[in-house]
Design a protein around this ligand. Structure first.
Ligand code: SF4
Length: 475
């Protein structure tokens, strides 16, 4: 999982980019990078670590120019090495690029590149996308290309590279610095654009990056669409290969910030409505409870909505240590267990003697919910009921959200009757698939829940992607 931001038309763009990247830090904490274009020269700095530690004032001063691209990385493939940090740069014809997503046919793309004497050197998916894009531009018209050649290069990327990706690139087009963004034909991964008060143009994975700079969001990048932005000019939006949208529903359930505007709705709002729906479904089960408590922070809107729907008090039972980091992206089980204890502390009075509904966003391996239930049991609740505002995760994601392989998912490993015992709770209620579909309101990608993949992934590619993963758990 990653986040990107691109900017054009503001002096000292790198400082603004670092602020926008800090707003996207939840999308990746392993590595970060910024590349700027400064009178035809590319300045690039990238390193392992978080935005505040990598981009010191001294580093930002060296990244001159009024346009640039920034990136925060959490690797879903590859080993998370420094050389895999983004943005990537190619000298011919001079393009920097960053992305969020996953390529699902890497071996085919590499074969396409090999035929043209090109080799991928990193484990980062943006490199093959960049190479296909750059090769198409060079083949089309050497160094003399315009909007039509950019469109054709993006069309070539869509033809050669399968998967889910939103990309931002910076290059000179018709002699002018141009910020280019494109989104895969199904629009699986998010991307939006907007304008600052000073006229600077921005693209980003989430609108909170625009908010951080006081910029106004104009809209989302359309699926299969290409956007060209230049200082002092109106945006050029080109439909390259649009297909019916299948935006990732898991972004809105868990990953994106609640204050982001995504696919024409506020993430907070959909989490609220999922909580209302979960409340209605829970009521039909005939179970009773005294209090609703969220697993912080993602679940809070859904838990509040569920409590209102059921007419129950909503209480905070866990206090989160803000400085402990996000355990979703901890690399191994031992670190995650320690991180959870550091991260969440229990307020015993909220649980003692009560029938509690614990609301969580999703369950993947089930290990985290088990640890949470064990924490709660230590303060003597009467009953603990787990309510999850998404359906059971039964399938891996190949489109850029890190999830374990099929046989590590608790919903496929254990029969439904065994879940409550495995989680250490009295009952488990997942939102129904129908409830998720109806709340989403229009077709989305929900392959991790229903197994319907909007972009086909062959068994051979699935095996390659799974083998390449580091395999961290989420909590
Ligand atoms: S499979 Fe799940 S996590 Fe992956 S893109 Fe689809 S909805 Fe999102």
């Amino acid at each position: 999982m990653c986040g990107f931001v691109g900017m054009i038309g503001r002096n000292n763009a790198s400082t603004s980019l670092s602020i926008a990247l800090a707003a996207l830090q939840h999308r990746g904490q392993d590595a970060t990078g910024i590349a700027t274009l400064d009178r035809g020269r590319v300045h690039l700095h990238k390193d392992l670590g978080m935005v505040a530690s990598v981009f010191t004032p001294e580093v930002l001063t060296r990244l001159g120019g009024s346009s640039g691209i920034g990136h925060v990385r959490y690797p879903t493939v590859g080993g998370g090495l420094r050389e895999d940090a983004q943005p990537f740069h190619t000298r011919r014809p001079g393009v920097v690029m960053a992305h969020n997503g996953n390529v699902t046919n890497l071996s085919e793309v590499e074969a396409w590149l090999r035929k043209r004497s090109l080799r991928v050197q990193s484990s980062c998916d943006v490199e093959p996308i960049l190479l296909v894009f750059a090769e198409s531009l060079v083949t089309a018209n050497g160094n003399d290309f315009g909007t039509n050649e950019i469109r054709d290069a993006v069309r070539e990327v869509f033809a050669v590279v399968k998967g889910a990706y939103t990309c931002a690139a910076l290059l000179e087009v018709e002699g002018k610095e141009t910020l280019v963004a494109f989104r895969d034909p199904r629009g699986i991964r998010p991307g939006c654009y907007g304008k600052g008060e000073d006229g600077a143009w921005l693209v980003a994975s989430e609108s909170v990056a625009l908010d951080a700079l006081g910029a106004k969001r104009v809209g989302d990048l359309p699926p299969g669409g290409l956007l060209l932005l230049r200082a002092g000019e109106e945006p050029v939006l080109v439909e390259v290969e649009p297909l019916p949208a299948r935006n990732c529903i898991f972004e809105r359930i868990y990953f994106a910030r609640p204050d982001s505007q995504m696919e024409e709705g506020r993430v907070y709002d959909i989490r609220w409505r999922l909580g209302e729906r979960l409340g209605r479904e829970w009521r039909t089960s005939g179970k009773v409870a005294d209090v609703v408590i969220p697993v912080p922070d993602t679940s809070r809107p859904a838990a509040q909505a569920m409590a209102e729907t059921l007419g129950l008090p909503f209480r905070e039972g866990f206090i989160k240590n803000r400085y402990s980091g996000r355990t979703f992206i901890m690399p191994d089980a031992e670190t995650r267990a320690a991180a959870l204890r550091l991260k969440l502390n229990v307020i015993p009075e909220m649980f003692e003697g009560k029938r509690v509904i614990l609301v969580d966003d999703s369950v993947v391996r089930g290990t985290t919910v088990r640890r949470l239930a064990d924490l709660v049991r230590q303060v003597n609740p009467a009953e603990v009921h787990l309510a999850v505002y998404s359906p059971p995760v039964r399938n891996p994601c190949f489109y850029g959200i890190d999830m374990p392989s099929r046989n590590e998912l608790v919903a496929t490993r254990l029969p439904e009757e065994a879940w409550a015992q495995a989680f250490g709770v009295d009952s488990v209620t997942f939102l129904s698939l129908e409830g998720l579909r109806e709340t989403a309101g229009r077709p989305t990608c929900m392959a991790c829940f229903d197994g319907i993949y909007p972009v086909a992934v062959s068994q051979a590619e699935e095996a390659l992607i799974v083998a390449d993963r580091r395999g961290p758990d989420r909590v």
